[in-house]
Write a protein that binds this ligand. Structure first.
Ligand code: BV8
Length: 246
Protein backbone atom coordinates (compact mmCIF):
# COMPACT_ATOMS: atom_id res chain seq x y z
CA UNK A 1 0.00 0.00 0.00
CA UNK A 2 1.21 3.50 -0.86
CA UNK A 3 2.74 5.54 2.04
CA UNK A 4 0.72 8.65 2.91
CA UNK A 5 2.74 11.51 4.48
CA UNK A 6 1.93 11.66 8.22
CA UNK A 7 1.56 15.44 7.90
CA UNK A 8 -1.54 15.03 5.72
CA UNK A 9 -3.05 12.40 8.02
CA UNK A 10 -2.50 14.70 11.01
CA UNK A 11 -4.09 17.66 9.21
CA UNK A 12 -7.12 15.55 8.29
CA UNK A 13 -7.43 14.16 11.83
CA UNK A 14 -7.55 17.73 13.18
CA UNK A 15 -9.84 19.09 10.45
CA UNK A 16 -13.43 20.16 11.04
CA UNK A 17 -14.18 21.05 7.39
CA UNK A 18 -12.63 19.11 4.53
CA UNK A 19 -13.27 20.19 0.94
CA UNK A 20 -12.35 18.03 -2.04
CA UNK A 21 -12.04 19.16 -5.67
CA UNK A 22 -11.96 16.38 -8.26
CA UNK A 23 -11.17 16.32 -11.96
CA UNK A 24 -11.14 13.78 -14.76
CA UNK A 25 -8.22 11.90 -13.20
CA UNK A 26 -10.51 10.52 -10.48
CA UNK A 27 -12.65 8.83 -13.16
CA UNK A 28 -9.65 7.70 -15.25
CA UNK A 29 -9.33 4.40 -13.35
CA UNK A 30 -12.99 3.73 -14.10
CA UNK A 31 -12.18 3.90 -17.81
CA UNK A 32 -13.45 7.43 -18.46
CA UNK A 33 -10.84 9.16 -20.67
CA UNK A 34 -9.31 12.37 -19.35
CA UNK A 35 -9.11 15.52 -21.46
CA UNK A 36 -5.44 16.41 -21.69
CA UNK A 37 -3.53 13.18 -21.18
CA UNK A 38 -1.80 11.26 -23.99
CA UNK A 39 -5.05 9.35 -24.62
CA UNK A 40 -7.14 12.40 -23.73
CA UNK A 41 -10.39 13.45 -25.33
CA UNK A 42 -8.80 16.64 -26.59
CA UNK A 43 -6.13 14.61 -28.48
CA UNK A 44 -8.21 14.30 -31.65
CA UNK A 45 -10.17 17.54 -31.35
CA UNK A 46 -9.39 20.93 -29.84
CA UNK A 47 -11.70 21.97 -26.97
CA UNK A 48 -12.66 25.02 -29.03
CA UNK A 49 -14.01 22.69 -31.73
CA UNK A 50 -16.21 20.70 -29.37
CA UNK A 51 -16.92 22.42 -26.06
CA UNK A 52 -18.05 25.96 -26.90
CA UNK A 53 -21.43 27.42 -27.93
CA UNK A 54 -19.85 28.57 -31.21
CA UNK A 55 -18.60 25.05 -31.99
CA UNK A 56 -22.11 23.73 -31.35
CA UNK A 57 -23.72 26.27 -33.68
CA UNK A 58 -21.02 25.72 -36.32
CA UNK A 59 -21.27 21.93 -36.35
CA UNK A 60 -24.11 20.59 -34.16
CA UNK A 61 -23.80 17.11 -35.65
CA UNK A 62 -20.11 16.82 -34.62
CA UNK A 63 -20.80 18.10 -31.10
CA UNK A 64 -23.99 16.06 -30.55
CA UNK A 65 -22.22 12.94 -31.87
CA UNK A 66 -19.24 13.52 -29.56
CA UNK A 67 -21.45 13.87 -26.48
CA UNK A 68 -23.59 10.85 -27.44
CA UNK A 69 -20.35 8.87 -27.73
CA UNK A 70 -19.11 10.13 -24.35
CA UNK A 71 -22.47 9.45 -22.66
CA UNK A 72 -22.31 5.82 -23.84
CA UNK A 73 -18.72 5.59 -22.57
CA UNK A 74 -19.59 7.00 -19.15
CA UNK A 75 -22.72 4.83 -18.80
CA UNK A 76 -20.53 1.72 -19.21
CA UNK A 77 -18.17 2.77 -16.39
CA UNK A 78 -18.40 2.04 -12.66
CA UNK A 79 -16.96 3.86 -9.63
CA UNK A 80 -13.38 2.91 -8.73
CA UNK A 81 -11.72 2.64 -5.27
CA UNK A 82 -10.94 6.36 -5.41
CA UNK A 83 -14.63 7.28 -5.68
CA UNK A 84 -15.47 4.77 -2.95
CA UNK A 85 -12.79 6.13 -0.61
CA UNK A 86 -14.17 9.66 -0.99
CA UNK A 87 -17.64 8.41 -0.05
CA UNK A 88 -16.07 6.86 3.11
CA UNK A 89 -14.09 10.02 3.88
CA UNK A 90 -17.36 11.97 3.93
CA UNK A 91 -18.45 9.89 6.97
CA UNK A 92 -15.20 10.47 8.85
CA UNK A 93 -15.10 14.29 9.02
CA UNK A 94 -17.59 16.68 10.66
CA UNK A 95 -18.12 18.86 7.58
CA UNK A 96 -17.31 17.54 4.11
CA UNK A 97 -17.86 19.19 0.72
CA UNK A 98 -17.19 17.38 -2.57
CA UNK A 99 -16.81 19.65 -5.61
CA UNK A 100 -16.29 18.04 -9.00
CA UNK A 101 -15.45 19.26 -12.49
CA UNK A 102 -16.53 15.88 -13.80
CA UNK A 103 -19.78 15.51 -15.69
CA UNK A 104 -20.21 11.81 -14.88
CA UNK A 105 -22.19 10.55 -11.87
CA UNK A 106 -19.55 8.16 -10.51
CA UNK A 107 -19.24 10.02 -7.19
CA UNK A 108 -22.97 9.61 -6.59
CA UNK A 109 -22.87 5.97 -7.67
CA UNK A 110 -20.08 5.38 -5.13
CA UNK A 111 -22.30 6.80 -2.36
CA UNK A 112 -21.18 10.44 -2.08
CA UNK A 113 -24.27 12.17 -0.73
CA UNK A 114 -23.98 15.77 -1.91
CA UNK A 115 -21.85 16.53 -4.95
CA UNK A 116 -21.36 20.03 -6.37
CA UNK A 117 -21.07 19.71 -10.16
CA UNK A 118 -19.29 22.83 -11.42
CA UNK A 119 -19.46 21.83 -15.09
CA UNK A 120 -22.89 20.19 -15.18
CA UNK A 121 -23.87 16.63 -16.03
CA UNK A 122 -23.45 14.72 -19.28
CA UNK A 123 -26.53 12.64 -18.44
CA UNK A 124 -28.71 15.74 -18.76
CA UNK A 125 -29.65 17.43 -22.02
CA UNK A 126 -31.99 20.23 -23.01
CA UNK A 127 -33.10 22.38 -25.91
CA UNK A 128 -30.62 25.17 -26.68
CA UNK A 129 -33.53 27.38 -27.77
CA UNK A 130 -36.49 26.86 -25.43
CA UNK A 131 -34.52 25.32 -22.54
CA UNK A 132 -36.93 22.41 -22.07
CA UNK A 133 -35.50 19.00 -21.14
CA UNK A 134 -34.84 17.01 -24.32
CA UNK A 135 -33.22 13.65 -25.02
CA UNK A 136 -29.87 13.96 -26.79
CA UNK A 137 -29.91 10.18 -27.40
CA UNK A 138 -33.29 10.25 -29.16
CA UNK A 139 -33.38 8.54 -32.57
CA UNK A 140 -30.47 7.68 -34.82
CA UNK A 141 -30.27 10.66 -37.17
CA UNK A 142 -28.35 13.82 -36.31
CA UNK A 143 -28.81 16.61 -35.54
CA UNK A 144 -31.32 15.88 -32.77
CA UNK A 145 -34.08 18.51 -32.50
CA UNK A 146 -36.31 19.53 -29.60
CA UNK A 147 -39.79 17.98 -29.94
CA UNK A 148 -41.36 21.05 -28.37
CA UNK A 149 -39.89 23.83 -30.51
CA UNK A 150 -37.60 22.30 -33.12
CA UNK A 151 -34.47 23.80 -31.58
CA UNK A 152 -31.16 21.93 -31.32
CA UNK A 153 -30.65 19.63 -28.32
CA UNK A 154 -27.45 20.20 -26.30
CA UNK A 155 -25.77 18.37 -23.39
CA UNK A 156 -26.31 19.69 -19.86
CA UNK A 157 -22.64 20.63 -19.43
CA UNK A 158 -20.87 23.99 -19.08
CA UNK A 159 -18.87 24.91 -22.18
CA UNK A 160 -15.92 27.27 -22.45
CA UNK A 161 -17.14 30.84 -22.39
CA UNK A 162 -20.28 29.86 -20.46
CA UNK A 163 -20.84 30.80 -16.86
CA UNK A 164 -20.81 28.09 -14.25
CA UNK A 165 -24.07 27.59 -12.30
CA UNK A 166 -23.96 30.58 -9.95
CA UNK A 167 -25.21 28.97 -6.74
CA UNK A 168 -23.03 25.89 -7.21
CA UNK A 169 -19.92 28.00 -7.76
CA UNK A 170 -20.75 30.18 -4.74
CA UNK A 171 -21.15 27.08 -2.53
CA UNK A 172 -17.88 25.69 -3.84
CA UNK A 173 -15.99 28.94 -3.22
CA UNK A 174 -17.43 29.15 0.31
CA UNK A 175 -16.43 25.54 0.99
CA UNK A 176 -12.91 26.33 -0.22
CA UNK A 177 -12.69 29.42 2.00
CA UNK A 178 -13.99 27.54 5.07
CA UNK A 179 -11.88 24.42 4.59
CA UNK A 180 -9.24 23.34 7.10
CA UNK A 181 -7.96 20.92 4.47
CA UNK A 182 -8.60 20.94 0.71
CA UNK A 183 -7.65 17.96 -1.44
CA UNK A 184 -7.24 18.67 -5.17
CA UNK A 185 -7.46 15.29 -6.88
CA UNK A 186 -7.03 14.28 -10.52
CA UNK A 187 -7.15 17.70 -12.12
CA UNK A 188 -4.60 19.43 -14.37
CA UNK A 189 -5.54 22.74 -12.76
CA UNK A 190 -5.82 24.64 -16.05
CA UNK A 191 -9.56 25.38 -16.22
CA UNK A 192 -10.93 28.34 -14.28
CA UNK A 193 -12.73 29.22 -12.08
CA UNK A 194 -12.47 25.60 -10.78
CA UNK A 195 -8.67 25.72 -10.59
CA UNK A 196 -8.89 28.78 -8.33
CA UNK A 197 -10.60 26.82 -5.55
CA UNK A 198 -7.41 25.29 -4.08
CA UNK A 199 -5.82 28.75 -4.16
CA UNK A 200 -8.81 30.29 -2.35
CA UNK A 201 -8.48 27.59 0.31
CA UNK A 202 -4.77 28.22 0.74
CA UNK A 203 -5.31 31.99 0.97
CA UNK A 204 -7.81 31.35 3.77
CA UNK A 205 -5.34 29.28 5.76
CA UNK A 206 -6.24 25.76 4.66
CA UNK A 207 -3.69 22.98 4.21
CA UNK A 208 -3.93 22.11 0.50
CA UNK A 209 -2.67 18.82 -0.95
CA UNK A 210 -2.76 17.46 -4.48
CA UNK A 211 -3.17 13.82 -5.44
CA UNK A 212 -2.10 13.26 -9.05
CA UNK A 213 0.57 11.07 -10.74
CA UNK A 214 1.78 14.27 -12.44
CA UNK A 215 2.19 17.72 -10.91
CA UNK A 216 -0.66 20.00 -12.05
CA UNK A 217 -0.37 23.60 -13.21
CA UNK A 218 -1.14 24.75 -9.66
CA UNK A 219 0.91 22.14 -7.76
CA UNK A 220 3.70 24.65 -7.06
CA UNK A 221 1.21 26.81 -5.14
CA UNK A 222 0.01 24.01 -2.86
CA UNK A 223 1.53 22.58 0.35
CA UNK A 224 1.88 18.93 -0.63
CA UNK A 225 1.90 16.78 -3.77
CA UNK A 226 1.27 13.05 -3.61
CA UNK A 227 2.45 11.59 -6.93
CA UNK A 228 0.08 8.64 -7.10
CA UNK A 229 -3.18 7.54 -8.72
CA UNK A 230 -6.33 8.49 -6.80
CA UNK A 231 -7.46 4.85 -6.77
CA UNK A 232 -4.40 3.95 -4.67
CA UNK A 233 -3.77 7.07 -2.58
CA UNK A 234 -7.34 7.67 -1.41
CA UNK A 235 -8.01 4.18 -0.02
CA UNK A 236 -4.66 4.32 1.79
CA UNK A 237 -5.48 7.74 3.22
CA UNK A 238 -8.94 6.72 4.40
CA UNK A 239 -7.64 3.49 5.93
CA UNK A 240 -5.37 5.61 8.16
CA UNK A 241 -8.33 7.73 9.30
CA UNK A 242 -10.66 4.77 9.78
CA UNK A 243 -8.07 3.23 12.11
CA UNK A 244 -8.71 6.23 14.41
CA UNK A 245 -12.38 5.38 14.54
CA UNK A 246 -11.87 1.67 15.06
C1 BV8 B 1 -16.10 30.86 -17.41
C2 BV8 B 1 -17.06 20.90 -21.00
C3 BV8 B 1 -16.94 33.08 -17.23
C4 BV8 B 1 -17.78 19.87 -20.27
C5 BV8 B 1 -15.17 21.96 -19.97
C6 BV8 B 1 -11.55 33.09 -23.09
C7 BV8 B 1 -12.91 33.12 -23.32
C8 BV8 B 1 -13.81 32.59 -22.41
C9 BV8 B 1 -13.34 32.02 -21.24
C10 BV8 B 1 -11.99 31.98 -21.03
C11 BV8 B 1 -11.08 32.51 -21.93
N1 BV8 B 1 -9.83 32.32 -21.43
C12 BV8 B 1 -9.93 31.67 -20.24
C13 BV8 B 1 -11.21 31.46 -19.98
C14 BV8 B 1 -11.76 30.80 -18.86
C15 BV8 B 1 -12.01 29.34 -19.28
C16 BV8 B 1 -10.71 28.59 -19.04
O1 BV8 B 1 -10.41 28.30 -17.91
N2 BV8 B 1 -9.96 28.29 -20.11
C17 BV8 B 1 -8.67 27.64 -19.90
C18 BV8 B 1 -8.58 26.36 -20.72
C19 BV8 B 1 -7.58 28.64 -20.28
N3 BV8 B 1 -13.08 28.86 -18.44
C20 BV8 B 1 -14.35 28.96 -18.88
O2 BV8 B 1 -14.68 29.33 -19.98
C21 BV8 B 1 -15.39 28.58 -17.84
N4 BV8 B 1 -16.40 29.60 -17.79
O3 BV8 B 1 -14.98 31.23 -17.11
O4 BV8 B 1 -17.21 31.70 -17.44
C22 BV8 B 1 -16.67 33.67 -18.58
C23 BV8 B 1 -17.71 33.76 -19.50
C24 BV8 B 1 -17.46 34.35 -20.74
C25 BV8 B 1 -16.19 34.85 -21.04
C26 BV8 B 1 -15.14 34.73 -20.11
C27 BV8 B 1 -15.38 34.13 -18.89
C28 BV8 B 1 -16.03 27.26 -18.23
C29 BV8 B 1 -15.09 26.12 -17.88
C30 BV8 B 1 -15.75 24.76 -18.19
C31 BV8 B 1 -15.34 24.34 -19.55
N5 BV8 B 1 -15.89 23.02 -19.85
N6 BV8 B 1 -15.66 20.88 -20.55
C32 BV8 B 1 -17.33 18.55 -20.82
O5 BV8 B 1 -17.45 18.34 -22.04
O6 BV8 B 1 -16.86 17.75 -20.00
S1 BV8 B 1 -13.56 21.95 -19.42
C33 BV8 B 1 -12.93 20.40 -19.24
O7 BV8 B 1 -11.73 20.58 -18.50
C34 BV8 B 1 -13.77 19.45 -18.40
O8 BV8 B 1 -15.00 19.97 -18.02
C35 BV8 B 1 -12.93 19.21 -17.16
O9 BV8 B 1 -13.74 19.18 -16.07
C36 BV8 B 1 -12.05 20.40 -17.15
C37 BV8 B 1 -10.79 20.27 -16.34
O10 BV8 B 1 -10.05 19.18 -16.82
P1 BV8 B 1 -9.52 18.11 -15.73
O11 BV8 B 1 -10.67 17.56 -15.00
O12 BV8 B 1 -8.44 18.74 -14.93
O13 BV8 B 1 -8.97 16.98 -16.67
P2 BV8 B 1 -7.57 16.94 -17.45
O14 BV8 B 1 -7.66 15.86 -18.47
O15 BV8 B 1 -7.17 18.32 -17.86
O16 BV8 B 1 -6.52 16.48 -16.32
C38 BV8 B 1 -6.65 15.20 -15.75
C39 BV8 B 1 -5.60 15.12 -14.65
O17 BV8 B 1 -5.75 13.87 -13.99
C40 BV8 B 1 -4.17 15.18 -15.16
O18 BV8 B 1 -3.45 16.10 -14.38
C41 BV8 B 1 -3.65 13.76 -14.93
O19 BV8 B 1 -2.27 13.77 -14.56
C42 BV8 B 1 -4.49 13.32 -13.78
N7 BV8 B 1 -4.68 11.86 -13.66
C43 BV8 B 1 -4.70 10.94 -14.64
N8 BV8 B 1 -4.94 9.72 -14.09
C44 BV8 B 1 -5.09 9.91 -12.74
C45 BV8 B 1 -4.94 11.28 -12.47
N9 BV8 B 1 -5.04 11.79 -11.23
C46 BV8 B 1 -5.30 10.93 -10.23
N10 BV8 B 1 -5.47 9.60 -10.42
C47 BV8 B 1 -5.37 9.06 -11.65
N11 BV8 B 1 -5.52 7.74 -11.82
Amino acid sequence: MIRIPELLVEKLRAATHVTVLTGAGVSAESGVPTFRGEHGLWKSHRPEDLATPLAFRRDPVLVQDWYRHRRALVQACAPNPGHQALARLETLVPHFTLVTQNVDSLHEQAGSAHVLHLHGSIAQSYCADCGKDADLDAGTSLPVFCLACGGLVRPGVVWFGENLPHDTLEQAENAAAQADVLLSIGTSGVVYPAAALPLIAREHGAFVAEINPERSAIAHQLHLWIGAPAGEALPALVTHLEADHA
